[in-house]
Design a protein around this ligand. Sequence first.
Ligand SMILES: [Mg+2]
Length: 189
Amino acid sequence: MIKKTIYIDMDGVLADFQKAADLIPDWAPEHDKMHPDEVLDFSTFEVIPGAKEAVAKLIDMGHDLFIASTPPWNNKAAWGQKGAWIEEHFPALKRKVFLTHRKDLLIGDILIDDTTYRGQKDFQGEFIHFGTSGSQDWEEVISHVCIDNQTTLFPQESWIHERNPDTGVVRKRLSGDYGNELIVESSNG
Ligand SMILES: [Mg+2]
């Protein structure tokens, strides 16, 4: 298993910003309709379908997940609301959050994001453009990550660790497979 550092955007990827924005009534002030990010309560957003299952699966694969979100500068309350939302819906990701307007500066392997205007295209790893062809939803993203890294198809629990008592070398193999072809790493100690 190759452990990857994966950054996941919030709005439009984990949290359904658009659904909340669409609920702003016609009679609301023009400002609110033009700048929903400045008036919405970010702690109330629904979870994007499939996001919870996908995050659980990526963690189960052994990857290191982080949230990378750009909070609205003119709505400081949203910064705290995002924290509350993460704690409620993705407790495994609390204290694993980057609030940034420069996603190109993040260091890691994969960035999953639905927009391109915060440096996403200059991210040094792989940028998965969520919501576009091939990455339309979480199911497609997960299968892409699996195909990209065949060894991650097998959840961590499937691996059996064996230590050679003479050499101290630890090898990993899949349950029921006694060939060497699926041993992906070995180490001393
Ligand atoms: Mg977004």
